[in-house]
Write a protein that binds this ligand. Sequence first.
Ligand SMILES: Cc1cc2nc3c(=O)[nH]c(=O)nc-3n(C[C@H](O)[C@H](O)[C@H](O)COP(=O)(O)O)c2cc1C
Length: 182
Amino acid sequence: MILFIDACVRENSRTKRLAEALLKKLNEEVVRVALEDISFGVTNETYLKKRDHLISKGAFDDDMFALARQFAEADTIVIAAPYWDLSFPAMLKQYIEVINVLGVTFEYTPEGFPRGLCKANKLYYVMTAGGNYVPTDYGFGYIKTLAQNFYGIKNVELIKTTGLDIIGADEEALLNEVIITV
Ligand SMILES: Cc1cc2nc3c(=O)[nH]c(=O)nc-3n(C[C@H](O)[C@H](O)[C@H](O)COP(=O)(O)O)c2cc1C
């Protein structure tokens, strides 16, 4: 099963178009999680206390961990996120806060290093950017570090198109150039 984590918001999202081309090529069952449809709660002290309590009891079947369990069980992960403010939409960070659960998606070694508990053997990160100044440190780079070091998903691939909002850019050509290679 492919878990498609969709952080796209615009009806004519170019990022989603790339992601859909990839999903078509992968040709497997897809479960889509539309982040814009999730009302993430505030990660305040009450929330953290409840979470810590459940983790300490090993009560990982609680609803609070449903998204984390789903992430840990997926065979392949596809994340689609437009490039926003050198990074990605805040709802993707909220999703990460929800799925990073000690005992579900990762655990710690006695030396204090994270060890992955996720089944997926590959994570694709799909993004598009308006300009061509696109450092990947705070977007894809962050997700890659999490995937490889927390979740245990070593195989990570970036699929991207940039420069889409530059005046005169041939949006179709830029997208198709990448679509034919996925
Ligand atoms: C809130 C917001 C922040 C953005 N920040 C950047 C940015 O830092 N750098 C950049 O090149 N483009 C930026 N853009 C442009 C988007 O990356 C670009 O339009 C992208 O293709 C949008 O993807 P979509 O068509 O899937 O919505 C931003 C757009 C929005 C709406």
